[in-house]
Design a protein around this ligand. Structure first.
Ligand code: BG6
Ligand code: MG
Length: 220
């Protein structure tokens, strides 16, 4: 029986994923690395330092910088990202999400955030929906990032639920992989070829309808 929903944040509740990707793209260009669209897409859901290491690898620069230099690059990227976050308002909640949260509340479902972002509390506060959630996994407590299932297992524990009692939402391939590795029902939002491992896929958040998703969840 469905008892809870677990949400990724960037690219699911709001379109902050594009701020992450454009900040990474700028940093990559400063380092003389040109990223393809597929490489940028592969960064979705990936933690800050893992993203930087992936970019350096894409550019053949994986051994070029010291840890201290990498920390500096990551901090620079984060500064640019936070500048964008500061402009966010409740209007930046993606279409379909307010209705989804309302339907979940009406059914008394637990709701937890499973975002790799250390900026999640800041973003949720800017969106005015911080109080909607029963918990946020602290990414600083994780030993491995997505696609490892750790974050989704922790989210399920925060909700005090079992894997077959939750539906989890993701826009990232690495995120869908993490959900499936945790044994949970995955809703993928975005490109169906990229998110093919998900149990239910919609092109955009506007296509999310809790009753429809539940039908598929109950039939599994
Ligand atoms: C994820 C984003 O939610 O958080 C990634 O999808 C991002 O793009 C990651 O790298 C870490 O975010 P932050 O805000 O801690 O750098
Ligand atoms: Mg995401």
């Amino acid at each position: 029986m469905l008892k809870g929903l677990i949400f990724d944040l960037d690219g699911v509740l709001t379109d902050s994923a594009r701020y992450h990707l454009s900040a990474w793209n700028n940093l990559a260009q400063e380092l003389g690395i040109t990223l393809t669209d597929d490489q940028l897409d592969a960064l979705r859901g990936i933690s800050r330092m893992d993203s930087l290491n992936m970019i350096l690898k894409f550019g053949g620069q994986e051994n070029k910088y010291t840890e201290a230099e990498k920390e500096k690059f990551a901090a620079e990227k984060n500064e640019k990202f936070v500048e964008q976050v500061e402009t966010m308002t409740p209007k930046d909640i993606l279409p379909g999400i307010p209705e989804l949260l309302k339907d979940a509340k009406a059914q008394k479902l637990k709701m937890v955030i499973a975002s790799a972002s250390k900026n999640a509390p800041k973003i949720l506060t800017r969106l005015g929906i911080m109080d909607e959630f029963d918990g946020i996994v602290d990414p600083a407590t994780l030993s491995k990032g997505k696609p490892d299932p750790e974050i989704y297992i922790k989210a399920q524990e925060l909700a005090e639920l079992k894997a077959d009692e939750v539906i989890s939402f993701e826009d990232a391939k690495a995120g869908v992989e993490a959900i499936k590795a945790a044994g949970q029902f995955a809703v993928g939002i975005g490109n169906k070829d990229l998110l093919s491992e998900a149990d239910y896929i919609v092109p955009t958040t506007a296509d999310l309808k809790l009753s429809k998703i539940e039908e598929v969840f109950n039939s599994k």
